[in-house]
Design a protein around this ligand. Structure first.
Ligand code: SME
Length: 156
């Protein structure tokens, strides 16, 4: 893994060890400011009874998508599949919710705690093809860290 990603992961580990789920805002801010091409970083949580995602901590421009029905958009697809989805060019995606007209590519990863899909990490970039395999690996490790401090979240 890239040295920057190792360093970022260690800083995130510290935030989460110190503050648990409260540390996630710092995680979002850190990634947005330090990881190249990460222009919006946020977490969505599952509301399974309502079959929708709701927005948690994020860094970047405010989004209209504070609730997303399962199956709708990139995030909604990951809520159904439970699998990472990397979209190199959002303009080519037929099931996409635009958060910002500047977004060109997107990476969404599932967060699984105690064997259950509980949420996801969503990263938007203003750059086409922004996310490498190394980004995916780094984000998977970050999602595992988040899962280790996970506590149930309630929609606002
Ligand atoms: N683009 C996402 C919606 C969330 S915003 O990017 C913050 C999607 O298609 O699900």
């Amino acid at each position: 893994m890239k040295a920057l990603h190792v360093e970022l992961l260690e800083t995130c580990r510290g935030y989460l060890a110190e503050d648990g789920m409260q540390g996630l805002s710092d995680v979002c801010q850190l990634l947005k400011s330090e990881a190249p091409r990460y222009d919006w970083v946020g977490f969505y949580w599952m509301n399974t009874p309502q079959k929708e995602l709701f927005l948690g901590p994020f860094a970047g421009a405010p989004t209209d998508h504070v609730r997303i029905p399962f199956g709708v958009g990139i995030c909604g697809q990951v809520a159904v599949s439970g699998a990472t989805l990397r979209v190199d060019d959002v303009a080519q995606s037929e099931n996409y919710l635009a958060c910002s007209i500047e977004t060109r590519s997107e990476l969404v990863l599932p967060i699984t705690a105690n064997g259950e899909l509980v949420g996801q990490l969503d990263i938007d970039s203003h750059t086409l093809n922004a996310f490498t395999d190394d980004d995916v690996h780094f984000c998977e490790l970050l999602c595992a860290l988040v899962a280790s401090v996970w506590e149930p979240q309630t929609p606002a």
